[in-house]
Structures are given as structure tokens and as C-alpha cells.
Ligand binder design. Sequence first.
Ligand code: UD1
Length: 353
Amino acid sequence: MHILHVVGARPNLMKVAPVMRALKHHSEIKQTLIHTGQHYDTNMSDVFFQQLEIPAPDVNLGVGSGSHARQTAEIMIRFEPVVLERKPDIVLVYGDVNSTVAAALVCSKLLVQVGHVEAGLRSRDRTMPEEVNRMVTDQLADLLFTPSADGDENLEREGIPSRKIHRVGNVMIDSLVRLLPAAMEKKLNGLPDRYVLVTLHRPANVDDDVTLKGILECLLELNSQLKVVFPVHPRTRQRIADSGFDASQLDLREPLPYIEFLALQRRATVVVTDSGGIQEETTYLKVPCLTLRNNTERPVTVTMGTNVLVGQDGARLRSELSKVLHGKQKQGAVPPLWDGHAGQRIAEILSGL
Ligand code: UD1
């Protein structure tokens, strides 16, 4: 059997790594890896291949940045001949980025089976581009690998037959479990014992000047009590520069490699973020997480984990931060099947087909 994996953006890489690793133990399965080139900076892509020990892509489509329509269309145009030439039996797509939906659309028209890893997540907020990508990909997929029970329920509600749904757990946590020992060895030079770790890149937070300035003002205020460490996504760096806001008091860094970021997360007093994956990682690490969104496609991080949704409300962010700083943070538990073996469960299912 020939399995072709498609990745494009940073959060795909922690997900593909454990699946490829687990499939290596099944000698009857041939694997091919295609990188769409959605993310192309060394520190958004290459360094993750090295640290997660992902084999070099067989093909890089080199699509780069663009509007959603242009990026998605360009991936489809460049991916179609690859599928026609390589004739995979199954194409695996990951998460909810533009590369995910583009590849799923191409395959479904070519009648090639699609497996979606991290299926069934729903924020019920269609203003998020990722929500559209999730819904479309799940409708097209033949095999849906979900991380938690809410995923199964969402899919069944949308009419997906239960025989297609496989609850396997969280593949991103597989990568975390494997590389946590390496992260624990990292020295955090020059950082105090207590600090806040921030990431920010959602269009809803960074593309609107007033919202972005409001968040940055809050962070500057917080920084006078507790050091704010902020690895900045390229989109956000550009928006901060465009807004003219002086954020130089904050410890702004380049996007970090996986192990270095994990080391920072593990030791953080609190994480403030709008990322999807970081809500999950902090839940696993039992580090308090304040999410700058009004909804989440990962509700289990709120119901079971350490995640609190604070929206874009500065007052709410201040009050939740103050709870954490006074030791009154939410306690959490690790959701079922977030155990480091999700990739193996996917490999077992695929090899049994
Ligand atoms: C994408 C995903 C988002 C994910 C995020 C993680 C979609 C719809 N969004 O958002 O779900 O959480 O990745 O990082 O797929 N840029 C660079 N270098 C790069 C990549 C991007 O400078 O290597 C800049 C470009 O100016 C680009 C902008 O970042 O226009 C946004 O990149 P894009 O891939 O469009 O979306 P992300 O915001 O990264």
C-alpha cells in the first residue's frame, strides 16, 4: 500500500511526525511526503523537520504566501499532477490549514481515498478560515481520525457514518511526549523563574489595529509585574510594525524551534495564546492557558484541561491573569488517549485496510 502525506504549515509537522514514524514499522506500506510550501521560512518549517526527525519531503510544491483563494488554488494546481503521477492508495491530510483542504479537494475529485488526521474539531465559528477548512475536509474524507469524543459527536451530527470515524487520540501530544525529555534538558538562559509566554497570530487578533493594540497594551502592563516572552509569528511581526505600536519593552523573539518552545511552555507560569495546538499542549503539561478567543474547536481543553477562554476582553484577561498570579489557577486533567500512542493507533488501522 502507498500512503502519501501532505503537509504545508508549521502545525502539520508535529502531527505528521508520529504517524510516519509509526508507519515505518509496517514494511508493506510505502510512504511519500509532499510539502506544499505554505510555510517556507527556515524557522517555520525546516527546523521542525530536523527536530521531529521527519524525512525530507519527496516533493516541495513551493506555493508560498497569498490570499486564501490564491494559496488554496495554487496548491490544488500543483498537487494534482503529483497525485496522478504517484498514484497513492491513500492520502493523509493533517489539521485545518489551507494545505489540508486543498489536498483533500484534489484527491476526492481524482477518487483517491483521503484520511483526515485531527478530524471532527469544530469551533462553530465560520469567520475562522480553519473552521471552513475543517468542515470541507471532513465531508470529503473517507477515514476520519479524531482526537477526542467531541470530534466523533460533531461528525455524527453532520451525517458522517460512524464506520468512517476512528477515535485515536491526539497525535500532537505524541510529539510532545517524545521530545519532552529533550526540552527538559534545555537551559533557559537569562529567564526568571516566573514568566508569561505569549503567542499571537489569528487574523481576528492581529489584523485589526484596535484589537492588536488593546492586546499589546495589556501585555505591556503585565510586563511590569512579570516578564513577557513573545516569539512572534511573521504575520504578527508585520502587523505590529504596520500599527506603529512600540512593543520593544516586551521580550520579542523570532519563532522558536519545537524543542525550545516546548521548554519555554513547560516552565511558564502562564501561557497567553490564540493558537489551537498550544491549548492542547498546555493542557497536557498542566500549565495555565488563557486563550484570546471567544470559542475553541478544542473544548476538552476547557472542560478537562487548564484552558480558559478570555476572548478579546482586556478586563477578563487581567482578572484571569491575576487569579493565576495569586496561585488560584484552574486545575486540569489529561484527556483520554492523549498518551503518546495516537500515531501507532492510526498505523494499525491503516495497515489493517
Ligand atoms: C497558518 C494556518 C493556521 C495555523 C498557522 C500556524 C491557514 C488558513 N492558517 O496561518 O491555521 O495556526 O498557519 O502558523 O492555513 N509567512 C512568512 N513565512 C512563512 C509563512 C508565512 O513570512 O514561512 C507570512 C506571510 O506574510 C504570510 C503570513 O505569514 O502571508 C501568513 O501565512 P499563512 O500561511 O497565510 O497563514 P498563517 O497565518 O501562518
